[in-house]
Design a protein around this ligand. Structure first.
Ligand code: FAD
Length: 469
C-alpha cells in the first residue's frame, strides 16, 4: 500500500497547531496533527486560558455574592464555597472543548497521530519525515512546528505538592489558606486574583519595579492600588532569595527595594516567572532552523530558514506568548503553504488581556513608548467611575486611556483597566487595524448605557471633549 504523504504535518495541538490543522482542512490540504499528550488543545485549553478563566468566573460570582448586600440580595443562611464542584465545572468545560476539537479534526479530515514528533532533517525528494515516538513516522511536504511552552522554574526548585506551576495549581484539592505568587505577569496576577477572591492570604513577589510590567505605567499603578484594596500584598522590585520547605508549607526569603530581607511562610507557592519554548528535543539541530534561547526565528509567513518548515505560537521569537497570536500565526502559515492570500502579523496591533479583577487590556504603544518614539502625544483618559453602566454593575475601578498622535488623529495605543476590559479592547484593535482616526471614532455611535461608552469618552477626551467628565 502506498504510504500517505501529507501536504502538511503539524507538531503540537495547542492553539497554533489546531488552528493550522483546521484551516488546512478548510483549504483542501491533507493535514496530519501530531500530539504527544493524551488530549488535544495544548496549554491553552488544558492548563491555561480556559481553566483559569473558568475559575476566574467562579471567583467573580463569589465576589458578587459577598457584595450582595449592596445590591439588596442577602443570603439568609449564608453560602459556602464547594471547591470540588468548582473544579468539576472547570474540568467539564475543558472536556467539552477537547471533544469539540476532536470533532473539528474529523470534520476537517485531519488525521490525528498520538506521539512525540521529531524532525529528521531537510526535505528529501520534496518530502519531510517526522519521526513519531510511539507511532510510525509521518511524511509531509511541509511541517509546522507548534510545540508550545512550559513554565520556567526558579533555580533549585521542582514542582511538587507545595511548589506549583500553572499545572499543579489547577489541580488543587482545596483552597490554600495562604499563597505566595512569584511573578506578576498575567499568569501570576490571575491566580493571585482567583485565590484572593476565595479568601486565601495572597502575597505577590515581583522582581521588576511594577505589577504587569509590560503594561502602561498608570495601569500598573491602578492594579497595585486595586489589589492592595482587595488585601493582596504586593512586593515589587523584589528578589526572591530562597524558597524552603517549612512545617506548614513553604518559607520564602526575599529582599524588597529597601534592602531589608524578609521571610514569609505560606501553604503553597506558585512560580509564574515566564514560559520557556519547548524546542529542545524536536530535531532542530538536523535542520537549518535558527533559534535563540530556544525561540525560533521565522519570516513574516512564519517560515523558518529551513524551506517548508514553519513555526507558530509560543516558540516564536519576538512575539508575545498568547493564544490569539498562535491562532493567527497558524492561519498565516497555512495560507502561505496553500498559496492563498494572507497578511503578516503586525506586532503593534496585538491585544494583551489579563483577566484578574480588575481586568486589564491593551493594544499598541504605552504612553512612555509613544513619547520615546519622538512623536507628539496626546492622552485621552476616562474613569469608569463616571460611566453609568459601571455604576449599574457596581464596578467603579479603573479607566480607559487612549494614546494618540494629534497630527493626523492616529491612535497609537489604548489601555484599559476595569470592568469587562478584555471584552472592550477588540474595538480598539479593529479601529487600529483599519487605520481609523480619533475623529472617526468620535463620530462612531456607541450604545447607551454600556461600558463601551467609556472607550468613546476616552477617545473624545484626547481633544478635551468628553461629555461625561
Ligand atoms: P501550546 O498551547 O503550549 O501547545 C503545544 C502542544 O504541543 C502541547 O499540546 C504539547 O503537548 C505539544 N507538543 C510539544 N512538543 C511536542 C512534540 N515533540 N510532539 C508532539 N506534541 C508536542 N493566552 C491567551 O491568549 N489568553 C489567556 O487567557 C491565556 N491564559 C493563560 C493562562 C495560563 C495559566 C497559561 C500558562 C497561559 C495562558 N495563555 C493565555 C497563553 C497560551 O496558553 C499560550 O500562548 C498558547 O497555549 C500557545 O499555544 P501554542 O499552540 O504555541 O502551544
Amino acid at each position: 500500500m502506498a504510504e500517505d504523504i501529507y501536504d502538511v504535518a503539524i507538531i503540537g495541538s495547542g492553539p497554533g497547531g489546531y488552528t493550522a490543522a483546521i484551516r488546512a482542512g478548510q483549504l483542501g490540504l491533507k493535514a496530519c496533527l501530531i500530539e504527544k499528550d493524551e488530549r488535544l488543545g495544548g496549554t491553552c485549553l488544558q492548563v491555561g486560558c480556559i481553566p483559569t478563566k473558568a475559575l476566574l468566573f467562579n471567583a467573580e460570582i463569589y465576589d458578587h455574592l459577598k457584595a450582595g448586600k449592596e445590591f439588596g440580595i442577602e443570603a439568609t443562611n449564608g453560602f459556602k464555597v464547594n471547591w470540588a464542584t468548582i473544579q468539576a465545572r472547570k474540568d467539564k468545560i475543558v472536556l467539552k472543548h477537547t471533544r469539540g476539537l476532536e470533532f473539528l479534526m474529523r470534520k476537517n479530515k485531519v488525521t490525528v497521530v498520538k506521539g512525540y514528533g521529531h524532525l529528521t532533517g531537510p526535505r528529501k525528494e520534496g518530502v519531510f519525515t517526522v519521526e513519531v515516538r510511539g507511532a510510525s513516522s509521518v511524511k509531509a511536504r511541509n511541517v509546522i512546528l507548534a510545540t508550545g511552552s512550559e513554565a520556567k522554574m526558579l533555580p533549585g526548585l521542582a514542582p511538587d505538592d507545595r511548589v506549583l506551576t500553572n499545572i499543579e495549581i489547577l489541580e488543587l484539592k482545596a483552597i490554600p489558606k495562604s499563597l505566595v505568587v512569584v511573578g506578576a505577569g498575567a499568569v501570576g496576577v490571575e491566580f493571585a486574583s482567583i485565590f484572593k477572591s476565595f479568601d486565601a492570604d495572597v502575597t505577590i513577589l515581583e522582581m521588576l519595579p511594577r505589577l504587569v510590567p509590560l503594561e502602561d505605567e498608570e495601569i500598573s499603578k491602578e492594579l497595585m492600588r486595586a489589589f492592595s484594596k482587595r488585601g493582596i500584598k504586593s512586593f515589587v522590585g523584589t528578589k526572591v532569595e530562597k524558597v524552603e520547605k517549612a512545617n506548614t508549607g513553604i518559607a520564602v526569603a526575599f529582599t524588597p527595594p529597601d534592602g531589608n530581607q524578609q521571610r514569609i511562610e505560606a501553604e503553597r507557592i506558585l512560580i509564574a516567572v515566564g514560559r520557556a519554548p519547548q524546542t529542545a528535543n524536536i530535531g532542530l539541530e538536523k535542520t537549518n532552523i535558527k533559534s535563540e534561547r530556544g525561540f525560533i526565528h521565522t519570516n513574516e509567513w512564519m517560515e523558518t530558514q529551513e524551506p517548508g518548515i514553519y513555526a507558530v505560537g509560543d516558540i516564536i521569537a519576538g512575539f508575545p506568548q498568547l493564544a490569539h497570536v498562535a491562532f493567527m500565526q497558524g492561519m498565516v502559515a497555512v495560507a502561505h503553504i496553500a498559496g492563498k492570500p494572507a497578511r503578516p502579523l503586525d506586532r503593534d496591533k496585538i491585544p494583551n488581556c489579563t483577566y484578574c479583577e480588575p481586568q486589564i487590556s491593551s493594544v499598541g504603544m504605552t504612553e512612555a513608548q509613544a513619547r520615546q518614539s519622538g512623536r507628539e502625544v496626546k492622552i485621552g483618559k476616562f474613569p469608569f467611575s463616571a460611566n453609568s453602566k459601571a455604576s449599574i454593575v457596581g464596578s467603579h475601578e479603573g479607566f480607559v486611556k487612549v494614546v494618540a498622535d494629534p497630527k493626523y488623529g492616529e491612535i497609537l495605543g489604548v489601555h484599559i483597566i476595569g470592568p469587562q476590559a478584555t471584552e472592550m479592547i477588540a474595538e480598539a484593535v479593529a479601529a487600529m487595524e483599519s487605520e481609523a482616526t480619533i475623529e472617526e471614532l468620535m463620530f462612531t455611535i456607541h450604545p447607551h448605557p454600556t461600558l463601551s461608552e467609556a472607550m468613546f469618552d476616552g477617545i473624545e477626551n484626547v481633544y478635551g471633549l468628553s461629555i461625561n467628565i
